[in-house]
Design a protein. Structure first.
Length: 137
């Protein structure tokens, strides 16, 4: 009994997100950047700036568009193997995936704490001389 004929194939979603990747074969290691094209639970199709070859093991880090707790950026990390290159798209068979945090969304937080136009700070030699003497002795 062939399970693939019974089980429907997963839906593919046309998602365009920035990504970074590392691909490894016995002969070489390739690092690159690109964009997703189609995603499903079993495969990922993306364009990249470096050529890949079928059979390469690959780790792809995708900048996830949804924030965790409305403030922490995430990345989806996909591990798999290059199945084929089709019409300029790398087709990856997904073996496993997980999310990682990319840090808090600091740009909006900093905008609240730091005024947009800070007045210039003028420091004279007389102002820093006591500090310099304290560190010298």
């Amino acid at each position: 009994m062939n399970l693939q004929k019974i089980r429907p194939s997963p839906a593919r979603y046309p998602v365009e997100l920035p990504l970074r990747y590392k691909a490894v074969s016995p002969e070489m290691t390739v690092f690159g950047v690109g964009r997703t094209n189609l995603m499903s639970s079993l495969e990922l199709m993306f364009t990249g700036d470096q050529p890949l070859e079928p059979g390469m093991k690959v780790e792809v880090s995708i900048a996830w568009p949804v924030l965790l707790d409305d403030r922490v950026r995430l990345q989806l990390v996909v591990e798999g193997a290059v199945v084929c290159i089709q019409d300029g798209l790398n087709v990856i068979s997904i073996l496993k995936y997980h999310y990682r945090t990319r840090g808090a969304r600091v740009q909006a937080e900093n905008a609240e704490r730091i005024p947009a136009a800070m007045p210039p700070v003028h420091t004279t030699q007389a102002a820093i001389a006591p500090v310099m003497r304290a560190h010298a002795g």
